[in-house]
Design a protein around this ligand. Structure first.
Ligand SMILES: Cc1cc2nc3c(=O)[nH]c(=O)nc-3n(C[C@H](O)[C@H](O)[C@H](O)COP(=O)(O)O)c2cc1C
Length: 502
């Protein structure tokens, strides 16, 4: 019985000497497209181009309320097309496989997007599912649910919003391959998509807030999920440019059985009890006793020597945000060459900016993880294991030496990782986050790690570097290499560095 984050994480660890077989049931492969029977999706308009802004500018820009203009359907089309659309394809026989703008473990794409339309010009108020394949919205509920969404969020959200967006995870899409470990990937993937949504909103100058805390049951009910199959993981509110008359909460009826059945992705879905139990214990939102956890002091690492991150903005010709989004791909063809300090600095700067965004928010979710990195061959940087302090923009040396090779072995011997100049590390102490936020702290940690993972992917792409997320690791080995204590772990690793130009 899983009753804590630590238990779920330990139960789903990979161990070199005890790996389960990798059998995949191809006849029961889940579909990547959610569709609703008897609902005609509304086509979204052809989106106009989003501004050619710098990723670093939008990552760092604080948002001030209210949003500058009324939200049009055209804005929504822009947000959705930037955040979640097809960006590449490959052919397998007569079948075409489409890759998406958000990275996803195994390209299984468990994350779905839903829209609450409250005050969007040219779109009737209601709840919609975003159909990525047809670039369309499937209407699920008609009516004004602005107040209901505000009430679902904990603490209550704003009742003056143009739109709400919801990111869900469909468990069996990932569990088909990763089984009970799948919740890890579902959360990381949802975090990747969230970062895309946030950047899309920022690039359009729209003000928003995002929330990991809400009433799970009410959110799943509103969106029409069977929570054993699909669950809401993030809610985002897009603020209105002016206040509208407050609407009244609705009496929200269950969606029809046929619509609920749309959560089913494969003929014979397996429900993994570890995932369900973890979802249940994550369901409680705990108000923490203190604001900051200072997690990095609880990883079992010695106190590092801190150095200020020396700025170097000398580089030119970075790709603008929209191009980086379209060109982002997982790259594994790293080359053993020295990486420039300038690009190293820009990567760390981007992470600092992204992590500092929610320092003022109701819950500083970034506090649920500590970011570190393994530096390989980088100009002016000693190879070793470092921690990053995003608020003070400084880095701390934990240990000099070669960490990248042993970490490559711990990442299921994915040999190409040994040539990557950087391994970014997202770590936590599972006991401490549990004490602070209950099991829901695990969601904060994994969603935040996913957000930062996507940020690394985009930053690397903009700088002409390669990047790739790594969820496959022998958990105990990774912990030992880093010298973390028994309660702590490496949640996610993202490699980055120079790659062969094709
Ligand atoms: C959470 C997560 C874990 C991943 N783990 C691995 C991994 O262990 N090995 C690997 O080669 N790729 C890994 N990837 C990369 C995915 O396979 C890749 O994102 C997916 O195939 C889609 O391709 P794209 O990123 O080029 O769009 C991971 C990606 C994510 C988001």
């Amino acid at each position: 019985m899983v009753s804590s984050a630590r238990q779920y994480h330990n139960e789903t660890s990979y161990d070199r000497f005890d790996m389960q077989g990798g059998y995949m049931d191809w006849g029961n492969q889940p579909t990547l497209y959610k569709t609703y029977p008897d609902i005609n999706p509304i086509s979204l308009p052809e989106p106009s181009a989003v501004p050619e802004v710098s990723l670093w500018d939008i990552a760092g820009k604080p948002s001030d309320k209210p949003s500058p203009s009324p939200l049009h359907l055209q804005h929504l089309a822009q947000i959705l097309s930037v955040a979640y659309s097809f960006t590449a394809q490959s052919r397998h026989g007569r079948q075409v496989f489409y890759y998406r703008s958000a990275a996803s473990a195994g390209a299984l794409y468990p994350a779905e997007l839903y829209v609450g339309a409250h005050h969007i010009e040219d779109l009737p108020p209601g709840i919609y599912h975003y159909n990525i394949g047809d670039f369309a919205l499937a209407p699920l509920r008609e009516g004004q649910f602005e107040q209901d969404v505000a009430d679902i969020i904990i603490p209550p959200g704003s009742p003056h919003c143009s739109a709400s967006l919801f990111i869900s995870g469909i468990f069996f899409r990932s569990a088909w391959k990763y089984r009970k470990r799948a919740l890890r990937y579902v959360l990381l993937d949802a975090g990747h998509l969230l970062e895309n949504v946030i950047l899309a909103l920022r690039s359009l100058g729209l003000n928003y807030s995002y929330h990991y805390d809400f009433d799970d049951d009410k959110a799943n009910h509103l969106l029409g999920f069977d929570p054993r199959q699909e669950a809401c993981l993030v809610a985002i509110q897009v603020y209105a440019h002016r206040s509208f008359e407050t609407s009244h909460p609705q009496n929200i009826a269950p969606l029809s059985r046929e619509m609920m059945a749309a959560c089913q992705m494969a003929p014979h879905e397996i429900v993994y009890e570890e995932i369900q139990q973890m979802q249940t214990v994550c369901g409680t939102v705990v108000e923490p006793q203190k604001r900051y956890l200072e997690l990095r002091k609880h990883l079992g690492l010695s106190s590092p020597q801190w150095f200020t991150l020396e700025p170097d903005d000398s580089g030119e010709n970075e790709l603008a945000f929209p191009q980086a989004m379209v060109q982002r791909r997982s790259k594994r063809n790293y080359i053993a060459t020295q990486s420039s300090y300038q690009r190293f600095y820009k990567m760390l700067d981007l992470l600092c900016k992204t992590m500092s965004q929610d320092a003022q928010a109701a819950t500083p979710y970034h506090d649920a993880i500590t970011v570190g990195y393994l530096a390989g061959d980088i100009e002016k940087v000693t190879s070793g294991f470092y921690l990053l302090d995003p608020v003070k923009k400084r880095y701390g040396l934990i240990g000099k030496g070669t960490f990248i090779s042993p970490m490559t072995a711990a990442c299921l011997n994915q040999e190409w990782l040994s040539n990557a100049a950087l391994h970014f590390l997202f770590m936590t102490n599972l006991e401490k986050i549990d004490q602070m936020w209950g099991a829901r702290g695990y969601r904060y940690a994994m969603l935040t790690a996913g957000r930062l993972g996507q940020s690394i992917y985009l930053g690397a792409t903009a700088l002409g570097l390669g990047s790739c997320g790594i969820g496959a690791l022998y958990d105990g080995e990774a912990r030992d290499i880093l010298g973390l204590n028994q309660e702590s772990c490496l949640l996610y690793l993202v490699a980055a560095g120079p790659v062969k130009r094709l």
